[in-house]
Ligand binder design. Structure first.
Ligand code: PGA
Length: 261
């Protein structure tokens, strides 16, 4: 079972994730992080940036791999995930941009971009800690419902729901790309530790399906049930449809001193 941690709000989750990353980097200064975009991981990046500044931690050797990228969007577009990762992760954390990879969404070469990304992850020794959000459709990364549970990095077609959800970052929905390139569910399963975050009532169904539903490609988030070390950090609203919520609280409240995320 994944470890389910119910917190008061996104800031409390951010503190937990930031501490887990700092412990990892203290052990492994060139650790490999899997980086999610979207609203959900922002409190984690902000908490980490604050701790890095306060504790004078150097993240300059930490390596990173983004989960996904739009296809056909210029990299310099402010909403390309390359731009978002630079703005929200690399710069505030003082990471070395050359060590932070984002799938190549350029149309030219798109047929081989997935394989190249997989090779780069393998060459880095794999991802140590993968941060994940979850979409209302149940997607993780941009693996929409129906994605193979063993898929690797490849292009996908976004659902209309995801395009509508992401239209807030663009001037209009017509500007939201139709295609993306995303780490696959199989890629995500290879990471050594998964940290899935979700906040708000709109994510409650997707979280219940991911944690307690059957493992099925129809709910890509349910792939976490196949992972030996998955942590799910949710606020009360996102946890509200979990049937076994009392047990998860009990497990967290009775954890051993030596247990860390
Ligand atoms: P959000 O997106 O963090 O912006 O809600 C999550 C996702 O689509 O994976």
């Amino acid at each position: 079972m994944a470890e389910i941690v119910i917190v008061q709000n996104a800031d409390a989750a951010g503190e937990l994730v930031a501490d887990a990353i700092l412990r990892l980097v203290a052990r492994t200064p060139d650790a490999v992080l899997g980086l999610a975009t979207g609203s959900t991981p922002l409190s984690s990046y902000q908490a980490l940036a604050a701790k890095v500044a306060a504790q004078r931690v150097d993240l300059g050797s930490v390596r990173g791999f983004a989960l996904d990228e739009y296809v056909g969007i210029p990299v310099e577009h402010p909403e390309s995930y390359r731009s978002v990762i630079n703005r929200e992760v690399v710069q505030p954390l003082g990471m070395n941009p050359e060590l932070v990879h984002v799938p190549n969404g350029a149309l030219d070469g798109i047929q081989t971009a997935g394989d190249e990304y997989e090779a780069a992850i393998l060459a880095a020794g794999g991802i140590d800690l993968q941060i994940l959000g979850i979409g209302r459709t149940g997607h993780v990364g941009f693996n929409e419902p129906g994605s193979s549970l063993s898929s690797l990095t490849r292009t996908k077609t976004l659902t209309e729901q995801t395009r509508i959800d992401n239209a807030r970052f663009f001037d209009s929905i017509d500007e939201v790309p139709v295609h993306c390139i995303t780490q696959g569910l199989g890629t995500i399963l290879r990471a050594r530790h998964l940290v899935l975050l979700a906040f708000g009532e709109a994510k409650a169904d997707a979280i219940a399906a991911a944690v307690e539903g059957p493992v099925t490609a129809s709910q890509p988030g349910s792939v976490i049930q196949l992972h030996p070390h998955a942590t799910v950090i949710v606020d009360e609203a996102a946890a509200s449809k979990l049937a076994n919520i009392d047990y998860y609280r009990h497990v967290w409240n009775t954890r051993f001193d030596w247990e860390e995320l």
